[in-house]
Design a protein around this ligand. Structure first.
Ligand SMILES: NC(=O)c1ccc[n+]([C@@H]2O[C@H](COP(=O)([O-])OP(=O)(O)OC[C@H]3O[C@@H](n4cnc5c(N)ncnc54)[C@H](O)[C@@H]3O)[C@@H](O)[C@H]2O)c1
Length: 366
């Protein structure tokens, strides 16, 4: 497998810019291509502004910032990515656009180069059908902001070779990331439970059981969240979260978006968050259980489906979502009987089979 020294980034919007910033800072030569050339130039300017701030804050030396800047180059055509060892696609989330791009890239990059998609919602295996060498194709799902967030989901498509995954894991580690391997499954490892968690918060609101502020206030106790589900949704935009949840629809009604999320998301608004005040203990316990239920049902199901290993799920929860009580460790701490009590209402309400992983609670993270 060739060493990854030069990486092409196609699509230099939010994600492409963040990924390029991270890579150049870690010694990788980066070639930036965007259909809008001004967007690629803006990516370079944004990376430089980020490094300047890092220098000001004492997180990066002026020499390292200057060296990183020399590693970024804007190119005017896809053909100029022909010498890249890895190409990461971060264009609009549109299957036809991405498929067309991969067909073109297939004829350009060297036989043994890797090609990755940063897709959040499309199936890696479906996109791989548009590659001449699907065994060299995989998902590299970075989290926003990619120049800071340490987690990358390394997604194994049906045709992805084991050596491709091994090379991608080594590459992520060498560029300062903490990679998580996962199956090509809806929501991969992290959104699979993050979406139901935020959705359950919205259902509590829809059922008139708590206010947004109360739910946010209990999230710390429930899962150790640094910020509550409504504050976080307002940061990522309810519209984007709604899109991510809708992607999970094939997994069944447990994953169907809540009424308030559809309303706020479709109107492209933010959730209003007032003051929490004193929360009666009974209401506090109900909110805590429901937030945990959203996370636990999804995590137990993904463990049954072997989407990702418990240690990787917990790593993602801790590092990408800032949950100080990551799900598998938390379930182990609570014990099988308590976890069963928490998830039982959801299993009954949505007609779900009892997850087999429930029997392993207590030793999930060992
Ligand atoms: N924004 C996030 O938080 C996030 C997180 C993880 C993954 N993703 C995924 O990453 C991808 C990019 O998302 P984004 O938020 O950076 O989008 P964005 O809209 O900010 O940027 C997309 C860029 O791609 C360019 N582009 C479109 N078609 C192109 C083509 N054919 N060739 C070259 N450039 C092209 C556009 O000009 C634009 O600059 C999507 O697949 C998205 O689902 C996004």
């Amino acid at each position: 497998m060739r060493e990854i020294r030069t990486v092409g980034i196609v699509g230099t919007g939010t994600m492409g810019t963040g990924i390029a910033t991270n890579l150049a800072q870690h010694g990788i030569a980066v070639r930036l291509f965007d259909v809008r050339p001004e967007q690629a130039k803006s990516a370079v300017a944004q990376a430089q502004a980020f490094w300047a701030r890092s220098v000001e804050r004492g997180r990066l030396s002026a020499e390292a910032a200057a060296a990183a800047a020399t590693r970024l180059a804007v190119v005017g055509s896809l053909a100029e990515l022909a010498a890249c060892d890895l190409v990461i696609e971060a264009i609009f989330e549109d299957f036809t656009l991405k498929a067309r791009l991969f067909e073109e890239l297939s004829g350009l990059v060297p036989e043994d180069a890797l090609v990755a998609t940063n897709t959040s919602c499309l199936r890696v295996s479906d996109l791989a059908r548009h590659m001449r060498r699907p065994e060299r194709f995989l998902g590299l799902h970075y989290f926003s902001p990619a120049q800071i967030n340490p987690i990358v989901e390394v997604v194994r498509g049906e045709a992805t070779a084991a050596e491709t995954i091994a090379a991608a894991l080594a590459f992520c580690r060498a560029t300062g990331k903490k990679p998580i391997t996962c199956k090509d499954s809806y929501g991969f490892a992290i959104n699979r439970f993050f979406c139901p968690y935020t959705n359950e918060a919205c259902r509590l609101l829809d059922e008139g059981l708590a206010t947004t502020a109360e739910i946010d206030a209990v999230a710390e106790e429930a899962v150790g969240a640094a910020a509550g589900p409504f504050r976080v949704q307002n940061l990522i935009k309810p519209r984007i979260n709604l899109h991510a949840i809708r992607n999970l629809a094939p997994l069944g009604p447990f994953y169907a978006p809540a009424r308030s999320l559809i309303e706020v998301g479709e109107a492209d608004r933010s959730f209003e968050i007032g003051e929490a005040g004193e929360i009666p203990p009974e209401r506090r316990a109900r909110i805590r259980d429901r937030l945990r239920m959203g996370v636990f049902v999804a995590v137990l199901q993904e463990l049954d489906e072997e989407v990702a290993a418990p240690a990787d799920i917990d790593l993602g929860a801790r590092e990408a979502l800032r949950f100080s009580k990551p799900p598998c460790a938390l379930m182990d701490e609570l014990g099988g009987a308590e976890v069963e009590r928490i998830v039982r209402p959801a299993l009954e309400r949505y007609g779900l089979a009892r997850p087999a992983a429930l029997d392993r609670v207590g030793r999930l993270s060992s």
